[in-house]
Write a protein that binds this ligand. Sequence first.
Ligand code: GLY
Length: 345
Amino acid sequence: MGRILFTNRVADELNVHIASVEVPMRFLVVDKNSRQNCLSLLEGVEFLPQNIIEIGVGEGSKSLETVHYVWERLEQGGARRNSVVVNLGGGVVTDLGGFAAACFKRGVRCVNIPTTLLSQVDASVGGKTGVNFMGFKNEIGVFSIPELVIIDNSFLATLPYAEVISGYAEMIKHALLCSYESLDKIMQVDLMQVASPDFLQILRESVAVKERVVDEDPTEKGVRKALNLGHTFGHAFESFAIESGLEWYHGHSVAYGLIGAIEMSVLKCGFNRELADTIINYIRTIYPEYPENPTSEELYSLMLHDKKNDGNGVNFTLMHEPGEFMINSYCSKQEILDVLKIMQR
Ligand code: GLY
């Protein structure tokens, strides 16, 4: 799955990796936040100022118009097939920069340097790239594995806590998919110490879970669907928040989605009730309460529009126990409404 490097010397690693590329042939994609807060950690790596491509912050700029702008800048800067596009930022930057790099001249070299926890454990690894289109998230995109991902948790030292727990939800997901032992370990993590060497090790283990799955099924024909654990209910909470203009994070929706998936797994797959309660209580102590009270019918109708569905009904990944998952589990409307009712208690 390309190379993934864990380090706290990001500039040195990047310099070694791109030493072969003449200076004008390096491009850096950033947004305002990563330019202001993260670029200083690349001190010692040369980018011509005209080859620094700044895009807008947030999902609103994850569009074909922004990709067009990045392509223009690559063209004007004389990018060639062997040029390197380095994406420095969160998921929007790595998804969009990765997509722009994958299409330009049918693909130029691409390095991701994720700067948020969510992008370090999920978005920047695995090769899903793309942009939003006509109101649909990640509707246009390609699978394109970056040649290198450099994960340096020094970037996390100044990350707001809400963003830390947003990324952490994907780590809980990876641990659930992996084993009892990983789950136990992840529930003992100190979320106040995310820039520490210990946390870098936890990150490495979490990303390794995704790496194994993606290596087996890079284009999500089968087992990669396991990584959608928590994302079916999660999609409904996230879509409702977007439609209602609520400030709410992707990972917070995933956390609520994991609660839904665990409850459904208790109902349908014999997941242990006591263990389910332990995990659910743990998640509830970390994540803020959902800021609105959507009805179960409203959430269900949002789930019907999830692009993970394939015409056979609402598609879940469920669990027998930690480490034992089941993809393509279709659940009836009544089962989904029952779980939403349990969740509201
Ligand atoms: N975020 C899930 C995946 O990359 O497949």
